[in-house]
Design a binder for this molecule. Sequence first.
Ligand SMILES: [Zn+2]
Length: 172
Amino acid sequence: MSKSFHYCPNCSSQNIEFNFRKLSCKDCEMVYYQNVATATAVILRRKDEILFTVRNKEPQKGKLDLPGGFTDPNETAEQTCQRELKEELNLELNVSEFKYLMSQPNDYEYKTIPYKTCDLIFESNFPENAELKLELEEIVEVKWIKLSEIKLEEIGFESLRNAVSFYLENHN
Ligand SMILES: [Zn+2]
């Protein structure tokens, strides 16, 4: 079951309303927004294949994922792509190499707290001869899968399923 807030973080009153988007306190008039978070994902292309990662943690542990992650404060989405590829795969790309594809809303439940994200999906070519080093805490392995052999149902997040489906319809 999802956790929720029971007290106002400012005055500790229990006279609050929280709908997982906005917390408002009727006693001290504090209003706190849990805004939609920006996250990125990258479709890395090598010939007729896409790189998928296999998640090593919840949510969607064991399912296919795309490299990427949450945008940090004061960061552009392209910088998020660059930083996450470096962190997750030890892959170095220039920010100019990420081409925007589309966005998709997503639900991301972490330790029983549901978050709403807006996933920005980019595409990029895999640099030839690059050697990957995986961040094993996050990723079990990577799988290169031919476009014709991708099974959308093996992709954990609906947002990324939709993005890969769109990519397959529009790129060959
Ligand atoms: Zn309060």
